[in-house]
Design a protein around this ligand. Structure first.
Ligand SMILES: C[S@@+](CC[C@H](N)C(=O)[O-])C[C@H]1O[C@@H](n2cnc3c(N)ncnc32)[C@H](O)[C@@H]1O
Length: 255
């Protein structure tokens, strides 16, 4: 999917059921998420992030943070308790509108629609960029550009922390059939093609992407001025995927 398709896909999903689009638990489909319970899940994610960073000697906090692919602000609001300013960025205006309506959950948050791989922030202005369950839906050619752009906006020694799957989980029963990976890729490609044909009634769906760890680390370290401090297990993409939390520190300005 290109960015325009990704945007219209998430706009449609967010218009229909924003909370289920973010946390796609089958039992919560159709507006069944309790809003407080939904936002509580974000607090545990950020508590866990804080513990992971503390373990490697980096306290979670500072002047400014970005939550990339913020959705309804589930992670932006708890993050904003540790920062003076917190910016939630999302490609979907419906998601941003939803988050803005809940600004009382984090009055120092700003929510911004961003439809491009360029981010509207000054060079070296941000202490932390965080993202969870977002890059897995974005085609790798864009994800790699976002990493470079996030490096541009981070201060030297700023942290980029994000979740991304590296591959399908071979232990997961549904992945054990032959050619499973190939079939999945074909399925996504056909869906993306169908979306471009106006007379085909195509539904919005979650495209899934993985990038092998070695490729991510090489890109971060050779193209984006990061030193990768950690690549930890982080099963946020569900049992079908092997997924990681990357912790990277900016070493020098991006040329
Ligand atoms: C599954 S939701 C996760 C939301 C949030 N990170 C959370 O965990 O609560 C994925 C979000 O990423 C956003 N998104 C997808 N592609 C994006 C892009 N290229 N730029 C910014 N946001 C994007 C979607 O609109 C959606 O709100």
């Amino acid at each position: 999917m290109n960015l325009r398709q990704l945007e219209s896909n998430f706009e449609a999903l967010a218009a229909e059921d924003p909370l289920w689009t973010i946390l796609s638990d089958d039992s919560k489909r159709g507006g069944k998420w309790d809003e407080n319970a939904f936002y509580k899940t974000g607090e545990s994610v950020i508590d866990d992030l804080e513990a992971r960073l503390e373990k490697i000697g980096f306290p979670l906090g500072g002047y400014s943070a970005i939550d990339f692919g913020c959705g309804g602000g589930r992670l932006t609001f708890p993050l904003s308790k540790r920062f003076n300013n917190c910016y939630g960025i999302d490609i979907s205006s419906n998601m941003v509108a939803y988050a803005k309506c809940r600004i009382s959950r984090g009055p120092n948050c700003s929510f911004i629609v961003n439809r491009d791989t360029r981010l509207d922030f000054e060079n070296e202005s941000i202490d932390l960029a965080f993202s969870a369950i977002v890059f897995q839906h974005i085609s790798p050619r864009y994800t790699l550009k976002y990493f470079r752009e996030l490096s541009r906006v981070l201060k030297p020694k700023g942290l980029l922390v994000f979740q991304l799957p590296s591959r399908l989980n071979p232990q997961f029963e549904g992945n054990q059939k032959p050619f499973r990976q190939l079939r999945k890729q074909l399925h996504y490609r056909l869906k993306a093609v169908a979306q471009r044909i106006p007379f085909i009634e195509s539904q919005s769906f979650f495209e899934m992407h993985a990038i092998p760890c070695e490729r991510v680390i090489r890109h971060l370290e050779t193209q984006c001025s990061f030193k990768v401090l950690g690549c930890q297990d982080f099963p946020a993409a569900g049992p079908a995927w092997i997924s990681h939390l990357y912790i990277a520190r900016k070493t020098s300005p991006v040329s």
